[in-house]
Design a protein around this ligand. Structure first.
Ligand code: NAD
Length: 338
């Protein structure tokens, strides 16, 4: 197949590009490099079935041109939860970008596999979340909800395009991805920041009391879920949770990472939620993945400790490649393996 990936230079996009090329597909990658890196695509930059285009998903003419001849568009480009800025980019890039992608896909009849997020379940206290659970979102003064709302709009727009134009669409609610090519800041998730702190022998910042839970999914498992949705017609016009079902508190994650990188007494620092202005956190987040198991044969394979070891090794290498001062460390798990 010929597949257009928006956000191809980002974390999920770059890993997916490699996997699709390995499976024999042809890939066109679009990214404006606002949060992604060409370095993420260095393994594929000269591949004969890959082409990278720097550009914006809101450029409708460009997206239309790139969609021509594609069987599938995987729409990953987005802005995430605004932490240190206002909500405008998240709301407008995600809504206009999705509209631009859907217009082009409808014009050429390409299937759309789009990234939503586990954040759409919001404050719903009933875990695990299945795809038909309620989406419980907080008040508009709390800008973190702008992300979930932009993705709920995206999901609705996908199904409106299906109804009006007969387009095949899939909405994927990802749960906490981590692994090689993750962004090294909060943009990449708490594990990126925790690994950096442990490498630097600095305090690991925990938001609130650190007792909020998450489910962390290794990137190859996310990629397996996306590939199944691209290739299987059973995925068409469905919403899927794509994630690992192991629930862990953020504090446990911090202790695990500190133990893998350094061992000894962990340095943890609680950061009150008030630091982010008006903020509300999601206290528990666990997916029910029975639908993805049944229809896609989706089965997360990588256990958290193993995935974190690979990610920690990768992150040390990436920091060095970026010229970030990085101490020589004998990682605890490498030490033990000897
Ligand atoms: N990583 C996760 O665990 C996770 C969890 C839930 C949902 N998601 C969703 O999955 C998708 C991919 O996430 P990711 O972690 O790879 O994020 P990422 O930020 O690493 O990748 C997104 C890419 O989109 C690009 N981009 C942003 N705005 C753009 C624009 N206007 N035009 C063109 N390119 C633009 C960025 O430069 C970046 O490379 C996103 O839609 C995200 O909301 C990811």
């Amino acid at each position: 197949m010929k597949i257009l990936i928006t956000g191809a230079a980002g974390f999920i996009g770059s890993n997916l590009t490699e996997a699709l090329l390995e499976r024999g597909h042809t890939v066109v990658g679009l990214d404006n490099l606002s949060q992604g890196f060409l370095l993420n695509l260095k393994n594929v930059q000269n591949h004969r079935r890959f082409r990278f285009v720097e550009g914006d998903i809101r450029d409708e003419k460009l997206v239309l041109r790139l969609t021509r001849g594609c069987d599938v568009v995987v729409h990953l480009a987005a802005f995430k939860i605004p932490r240190y800025s206002d909500a405008m980019d998240t709301l407008l890039i995600n809504s206009h970008g999705t509209l631009s992608v859907l217009k082009a896909a409808a014009h050429y009849g390409a299937k759309v596999v789009a990234a939503s997020t586990s954040d759409v379940y919001g404050k719903n206290p009933k875990v695990p979340f299945s795809e038909d659970s309620d989406l419980v979102i907080g008040r508009p003064e709390v800008k973190r909800w702008s992300y979930a709302i932009s993705k709920m709009f995206e999901e609705q727009l996908l199904f409106a395009y299906h109804e009006r134009h007969g387009l095949n669409v899939v909405a994927l609610r990802f749960f906490g991805g981590y692994g090689p090519n993750q962004h090294l800041t909060w943009w990449g998730g708490p594990q990126s920041v925790f690994i950096n702190a442990a490498i630097d022998d600095e305090d690991i910042p925990l938001h609130g009391d650190g007792m909020q839970t998450r489910s962390f999914t290794y990137i190859s498992d996310h990629v397996d879920g996306i590939v199944a949705c691209i290739e299987k017609s059973e995925a068409n016009n469905q919403v899927f949770n794509i994630g690992n079902t192991r629930e862990i508190t953020i504090k446990e994650l911090a202790l695990l990472i500190w133990g893998l990188v350094r061992g000894g007494e962990p340095k943890l620092k609680l950061t009150p939620y008030e630091t982010f202005g008006k903020y509300e956190d999601v206290m528990r987040r666990v997916p029910d993945i029975s639908k993805a198991r049944r229809l896609l044969n989706f089965n997360p394979k990588v256990d958290l400790e193993e995935g974190l070891k690979t990610t920690i090794r990768w992150q040390i290498g990436r920091r060095r490649a970026l010229g970030m001062p990085t101490p020589d460390l004998t990682l605890r798990f490498e030490d033990r393996a000897e």
